[in-house]
Design a binder for this molecule. Structure first.
Ligand SMILES: NC(=O)c1ccc[n+]([C@@H]2O[C@H](COP(=O)([O-])OP(=O)(O)OC[C@H]3O[C@@H](n4cnc5c(N)ncnc54)[C@H](OP(=O)(O)O)[C@@H]3O)[C@@H](O)[C@H]2O)c1
Length: 130
């Protein structure tokens, strides 16, 4: 479970960015949005879900370091908590709909730029503690 989760949530994120970098460089002023989770936070560490939490913390870490490396090229990187969303993963009791999460995230992606690169934000625009 550790290897499978890290392959999807961490290696998958990195290899996707790596594969698309030539396109992002060609586009100019490009943006990368990484979907992490509030469960990535080491400030809000309430225990449990160790594999998922560690994988999302690693995705947050990747995003922060990519932001530093890609800033000189004008490529901005944002890391996001999509909310507790009514998907297969979130379940029917979750707080927000897919549409609400998507609309919020799209607004966050649109606002992402060099001034906010490396941000860790919630779907509704709050800075999340790292
Ligand atoms: N829902 C929440 O409350 C919540 C909260 C915090 C963060 N997130 C994050 O938001 C993102 C979307 O979550 P979700 O709620 O939409 O989850 P979901 O309903 O479980 O959907 C997960 C999606 O990921 C795909 N997937 C899983 N493993 C994959 C792999 N190895 N290769 C390619 N695709 C794979 C699945 O494809 P198949 O359908 O083909 O299996 C599915 O489309 C995730 O990164 C999740 O960690 C969600």
């Amino acid at each position: 479970m550790w290897a499978e989760t890290f392959a999807t949530n961490v290696t998958g994120v990195f290899l996707t960015v790596q594969a698309l970098l030539p396109n992002l460089r060609a586009a100019g002023a490009a943006r990368i949005a990484i979907i992490s989770s509030q469960m990535a936070s080491h400030t809000h560490a309430s225990g449990g879900s160790y594999i998922y939490r560690a994988s999302k913390a690693a995705a947050l870490n990747l995003g922060r370091n990519l932001a530093a490396d890609l800033a000189p090229e004008g490529i901005a990187v944002g890391i996001y908590h999509p909310g507790w969303v009514r998907t297969d993963m979130g379940g029917e009791a979750a707080e927000i709909s897919v549409d609400e999460a998507a609309e919020g995230l799209i607004a966050r992606f649109a606002a992402l730029g060099p001034q906010s690169t490396g941000c860790f934000q919630t779907w509704d625009g709050h800075d999340h503690p790292y």
